[in-house]
Design a protein around this ligand. Sequence first.
Ligand code: NAI
Length: 681
Amino acid sequence: MGENQVVTVRRDGDIAWVEIDSPPVNATSTPVRAGLARAVAEVQGARVAILTCAGRTFVAGGDMTEFDRPAEEPHLPDVVQMIEDSETPFVAAMHGTVLGGGFEIALACAWRIAAPGTKFGLPEVNVGLIPGAGGTQRAPRLIGMMAAIDMACSGKMLDAAQMLALGGLDQVAEGDLRAAAQGFAKGLPPRPEKTRLRQVQALNSEALAEAKRALSKAAKGRAAPLHNLDALQWAALPFDQGQPRERALHLGLRQSDESRALRYAFFAERLVARPDAIAGVTPRELTRVAIVGGGLMGAGVAMACLGGGLSVTVIERDAAAAQAAQERVAGLVAAGVKRGKISPDAQADMLARLATTDTYADASDADLAIEAVFEDLDVKRIVFADLAAVMRPDAILATNTSYLDPQLVFAGIANPARCLGLHFFSPAHVMKLLEIVKTPDTAPEVLATGFALGKRLRKISVLSGICDGFIGNRMLAAYRREAEYLLADGALPHEVDAAMRAQGLPMGPFELQDLTGLQIAWANRKRQAATRDPAERYERIADMLCEMDRLGQRSGKGWYRYAEGSRSPERDPEVETLIVDYSAKRGITRRPFSAEEIAQRLLAVLANEGARIVSEGIAERAEDVDMVQLHGYGFPRHRGGPMHLAQSQGWEKSMEIMELVASESPDSWVLAPRGDPSAEI
Ligand code: NAI
């Protein structure tokens, strides 16, 4: 659709109807801004102009694909001001989600009405920005400083009823929105003062300091929430002083690392959901799912599937285990009700779709089976043989294994094209990441069905090929390995952990191991011992802790010690002495590591392993690696991911650090091929 049709003006008596029709969300792209500017001229002479949008929503934000380029004319602040200054006053008649630039346009209209359930927001903060078209200047003038802070600094959305109560709406329109707008236009109240000419007080210094404290704490290293607070305070200045400051800051922030990383993450999330491997492939419908194993993972997967509207049958080893699984899943649903996330009606509906059994035949009509039994190849193979014997020959079979090779798990199963890995993360009903593992046999349709399932469960699904640990755990293993080399060479656990927390990670590698338990990785290292290259540097510190029964928080001690009933790690002299003695026995002269050096090394190792994963074709793109890190491992979203970070700091620089790391532990690291892996995109 060309520039001339995205905004249309239609006269109906003394009313001018202005309609934006720019799918999917009527974003304020250049054609929409140009169309609006033209519409303002065209409506002159009418008694009133009503601004509406076609499709599912009023203007739901800016067009982020334009943010990497210089802003094009006409600029949104000018268009917004034209609407505010129009001789013919505007009524915004809104539905759907009125976000960012859409809300800024609405703020400049003389009146605002909205369908019930309409949501309003200034989500610029979520992409590292502040509003750029008067949002921080007009919102406090219209709905008050505190409500504007809530919206702009935290990205919180308000609904129509809240907006009405704050004075941001003149009417919540029941029934047909256009009919309501027409009715409103018939009996127009006197034109109110232009929003930008109203007065609002800045917070006093005490309240400002308190707001800053609260925001800095929640910001976890992001700058945008505080920038929004600053800009909102400028609303106390005359508009022609505050607004240019807002605009300048907005344009400046478009170039910031934080905003670039957040925008990258936004687009990467959409990209990874559509891998090349399933382009143009239609997924199958899913209705019934069988889950084998109702332990920690199985129960979480069952909960997620129930939440996605599927019927779930959990198969366990015996009647008692089936009963325990039933209670586990029901407990997760009940916890959702308690936290207000699930209504009692939805709870009843979910439980009605849940069955537990110890009989495989009860799952014979399932469209998909997800196996989450013990991490043991023989056990899993028997499970799939039993499933294949009772299920339809084309029913999809999925394993949730963390480390086993799915090809071995599915060996001997008829029609291996229907087999894949669905690797959930713990707790499976909470964690966003789903690694979808493709074997050489997996049919595109089966893979596409995995992605459709991920979408239905509201996961971020990432395609992975087969390698030890798939994308995420393979990177975690490399990261931990270097962290342990650092201990042997001179760092202590709390130094490494603090260095990574300073990078925005919620936890460092050693605290994280204590939280999840050291035994799984220990079992894994033992499994790998037979095939490990003897030339590779292997530090036994973690093994020694395991041998001392220091298995993490659950055993009261691990890399740290924990006071009775406490989860806060405390440095343990016993561990630190063990590490220092260990280095001495290995003949290593310990040296100090700064927090910066620690972080640089660990980030370089992550980027290197990620680049190898891409170059080997395990992941399709750098974005896949980064989304695994963001949604499965707590990598801070405002840094984009280890690949984005390395790329934005200069790929060469990261690889130089990696070469240094590799030179200090010869024969232990495989370097990624030269060149920026994201350049291939
Ligand atoms: P778990 O020990 O809590 O649960 C396993 C369940 O499987 C138990 O309830 C057991 O009774 C049942 N089971 C065992 N053999 C069975 C059989 N033949 N038929 C039916 N049920 C059987 O273990 P968890 O932690 O839930 O792990 C399960 C799988 O998920 C493993 O393959 C693991 O590698 C994988 N996984 C685990 C993650 C974690 O963080 N725990 C994360 C991602 C994957």
